[in-house]
Design a protein. Sequence first.
Length: 111
Amino acid sequence: MRTACSRPRRREGNAPDVIVHGDHGALRLAELTRTARPLLLDSTGAFAEVAAPWRDRVDVITGPLRGTTATALLVRPDCFVAWSAGDADTLRAALTHHFGPARSLSASASA
């Protein structure tokens, strides 16, 4: 029997059981979602700068990903994949759609 997680999907669906190898060792997605904040899981670090204007609402975790072929995933707190490795423009669109407009980095630094 195929489950929702085993069905091929394009950009959206339930997050796979990803393990991120980062500064704090290997962590499962379930451990990372305990904060109930959205996550950008980025195996290359290439999308961290794109997500910077949302850092007040989205945590960025960089490090190799095991359990997915995607190089980056934007995961909502309910483990729904809102975006998977596309380009910077599609990531910005997904961040805006799911978490609101970007905040100016200079405005947040002076606040």
